[in-house]
Design a binder for this molecule. Structure first.
Ligand SMILES: *Cc1c(COP(=O)(O)O)cnc(C)c1O
Length: 434
């Protein structure tokens, strides 16, 4: 499969090159040249297939023959080492829990898949040259990338995070693994971290020395595997014979856009709903037709504090850049921190379900959409385990929340991070240590 740049000013490229580069040379996001729907028999018989078989069928065409079948199946098996249950929450509402993986965030799926693809390409090339994955994180990405890439040969990972601005659990997940994972604690904000990473990618003095790549959802190998769990949810809900609506709490819009790719493959999804916090560029666009990115505002659902969603261009591409087509497939609503907290309270007290702020926003958006759609089956994506956001849960919840073993394991380890404040410090670190 070849990929083209959505800026249309760079040559088309292979899956491998798109994964290794991350972004096209013209700064555009890569997008597959074609999307071929899967046979209807596959959907009719989905209950007879395992998760691994479903995932392989979904992603095969996007990888093509660049990874042999046996290798790709092994990559998928290692990626999907946990469950994706749809938990009933209310009449016709289920929570698709994506947090049963190693770092308890949905980003585990994409990070694990991408790490293993890079590892395969490196082994195949048989070069001594190592790849350095450089990422800035506001919290969740870093932990999933650290865990997903841990021990992958030929790949170094350097994670920048804003000092004092990630939760204690998230910080431990970033800073305790050792081996090929290095954490840099930046005096500044997430935007400062991101700016340093961008500068490094453009610094020819650095890129002449080393192979640098990114691991955020602009990378096709992190973005595309997020299709899988929409299929898994369908498998669990198919027998209900109802129209399915997915509500996705969104920041960079990679997750919801992967759902739309699944829909393109023929997965019967009736409609999408996005829930955002007050960083609401997309809901505003759906309402007014005016798309205006803004600087991000800090909220309790900080993994969605994004003012200029990087994957939205892919959603536009999927809807031919036509607002009316988009509106027919996507609705969007935004919520304040107070509303998210009230929703966590409602879920807990009325429905006996513990949600964290991102999932609670997905729930609110779903409820809003379903008001006029009785008889529809709604699913909201719970994108992280509540323990990861224990400082911002509904009052009283955190104190009684058991700490899952994979979290306790990292909490017991010693933090190791190098403090930096400037780009020059990042640059000398990369030159000396990678
Ligand atoms: C990353 C993240 C999101 C947002 O996902 P996008 O693909 O960026 O829209 C939502 N919730 C949690 C917990 C996340 O970590």
């Amino acid at each position: 499969m070849n990929y083209f740049s959505l800026n249309k000013k760079a040559p088309n490229t292979s899956f491998e090159e798109a994964v290794v580069k991350g972004l096209a040379p013209d700064k555009g996001l890569y997008f597959p040249e074609s999307i071929t729907p899967l046979p209807t028999a596959f959907f009719e018989n989905i209950s007879t297939y395992s998760h691994e078989e479903i995932a392989f069928t979904a992603i095969r065409q996007f990888v093509g023959d660049e990874i042999p079948e046996k290798e790709l199946k092994a990559i998928i098996a290692e990626t999907l080492c946990f469950d994706f249950p749809v938990v009933p929450v209310d009449t016709n509402i289920g929570s698709l829990e994506l947090y049963h993986g190693p770092t308890m965030a949905f980003k585990d799926v994409g990070a694990r898949f991408m790490a293993r693809c890079l590892g395969y390409f490196n082994r195949k090339a048989q070069t001594q040259e190592e790849v350095t994955v450089l990422v800035a994180t506001s919290g969740d990405t870093g932990g999933a990338v650290a865990s997903g890439f841990l021990g992958v040969e030929g790949v170094n990972v350097v994670i920048l995070y804003p000092s004092g601005k990630v939760s204690d659990v998230q910080e431990k997940q970033l800073t305790t693994l050792g081996q090929n994972i290095k954490a840099l604690e930046v005096t500044g904000t997430f935007d400062d971290c991101q700016a340093m990473v961008k500068k490094a990618f453009l610094d020819s003095d650095l890129t002449a020395h080393m192979k640098l790549t990114s691991a955020n959802s602009i990378n096709i190998a992190r973005w595309l595997p997020q299709m899988f769990y929409f299929f898994f949810a369908y498998k669990q809900l198919k027998d209900k014979n109802k129209d399915l609506v997915f509500a996705v709490p969104s920041g960079n819009f990679g997750n919801i856009c992967a759902g739309m790719m699944a829909q393109r493959l023929g997965l019967p999804i009736h409609h999408f709903v996005t829930g955002t916090n007050v960083n609401k560029v997309v809901p505003d666009y759906l309402k007014t037709g005016d798309y205006s990115p803004k600087p991000s505002v800090q909220t309790i659902s900080n993994a969605m504090d994004v003012g200029a969603p990087s994957n939205f261009i892919r959603i536009e591409e999927l809807h031919d850049y036509k607002l009316e087509r988009l509106r027919a497939n996507l609705s969007g609503f935004s919520y304040t921190d107070a509303e998210a907290t009230a929703a966590m309270g409602h879920l807990l007290k009325k429905l006996n379900y513990i949600a964290e702020p991102h999932g609670a926003i997905g729930y609110l958006a779903l409820k809003n959409y379903l008001k006029t759609k009785p008889g529809t089956q709604g699913i909201f994506l719970e994108t992280a385990h509540p323990i990861k956001f224990r400082d911002v849960l509904y009052p009283g919840v955190a104190e009684n929340l058991a700490i899952p073993p994979q979290i306790q394991a990292v909490m017991d380890l010693e933090k190791e991070a190098i403090a930096i404040a400037t780009y020059d410090e990042l640059k000398s670190f990369l030159k000396e240590r990678c």
